[in-house]
Write a protein that binds this ligand. Structure first.
Ligand code: PAF
Length: 279
């Protein structure tokens, strides 16, 4: 496995094999390993699997959030090695965003202002912009993104279509702990008691799905009722939307999305569901 830190070296890699990319900000866990395995499956044993590790400063609203973001490069490299990665691309901020170069900027538009975007203005514009840069540097045929960040997957797909990039964006289902909690680098900030309580999030999604045949309003009410059973959980939103995150359809495929704060830690999750009586 090679570790590359410069854009020049990354771009100079030969093009022969089919390429897969998993873009990360490090602090890697089993959820990322699943993305690597899925990507390998898609590109085959001969393919070149690239994992980027870059903590993108522009997607953090808060300077202290950026400062406190876990940086575990040695452990991350070891996890990549164990998961059959061929190249780790770990550039510096100067390398990714040189002060003397004007890089293409992307807007997530309306999509960037709802759900997670509502409490994180500009976040999805920054994500779309950095993912565009990562794709143009690593030139993958396929790139895998975790559906845990469902809104991010939709934003990236939109950017790829707008920029007419030739890459297949694949959403990979969320990896969960045994009690249903979605894996996330933030889970380590939960106390033992909060960690126990946090399973209520995936239970709220399951409750919504179980009544989805009665429509979006019933599904939202069911999800909120489950969340209200844990007073320590502060709900930011529990919403049902179409799979493109537009308005929820009356019947058919949709997505339930939830964000809560628990002990000061913001946790998000989502799940597919089928609305209405589909014949
Ligand atoms: O999901 C992440 O880790 C980041 O948002 C990404 C896609 C690597 C862009 O910085």
């Amino acid at each position: 496995m090679r570790v590359i830190t410069t854009v020049e070296e990354m771009k100079a890699l030969s093009h022969e094999a089919r390429r897969g990319a998993v873009f990360t900000m490090g602090a890697l866990h089993e959820g990322h390993a699943q993305l690597m395995r899925e990507c390998r499956q898609l590109i085959g044993a001969d393919g070149l699997l690239v994992v980027s590790i870059f903590v993108n400063p522009t997607q953090f609203g808060d300077a202290s959030d950026l400062e406190n973001y876990p940086r575990t490069l040695d452990a991350d490299i070891a996890l990549c090695e164990r998961n059959g990665v061929d190249v780790v691309f770990a550039p510096s901020v100067e390398e990714m965003m040189p002060a003397d170069v004007v890089l293409p900027q992307f807007s997530a538009g309306e999509l960037g202002t709802v759900l997670e975007g509502k409490s994180r203005p500009g976040h999805f514009d920054a994500v779309a912009t950095v993912v565009h840069r990562l794709i143009t540097i690593t030139e993958p045929d396929v790139s895998c993104f975790g559906e845990k960040d469902f809104q991010q997957v939709v934003v990236v797909r939109q950017m790829v279509a707008d920029a007419q990039l030739d890459v297949n964006i694949v959403g990979v289902p969320t990896v969960r702990e045994t009690d249903g909690l979605a894996m996330s680098s933030r889970n380590v900030h939960l106390s033992a008691e909060e960690r126990r309580i946090a399973s209520v999030i995936s239970r709220s999604l399951a409750a919504a799905a179980s009544v989805a045949s009665s429509g979006a309003d019933a599904a939202i009410a069911a999800g909120l009722e489950v969340l209200s059973s844990e007073p320590a959980v502060v709900v930011d939103y529990f919403d049902i939307r179409g799979t493109d995150l537009g308005e929820a359809p009356t019947t058919g495929e949709a997505r339930a999305l939830v964000a809560v704060t628990l002990g000061g830690v913001r946790l998000i999750d989502n799940a597919p569901l089928t609305l209405g009586l589909v014949r």
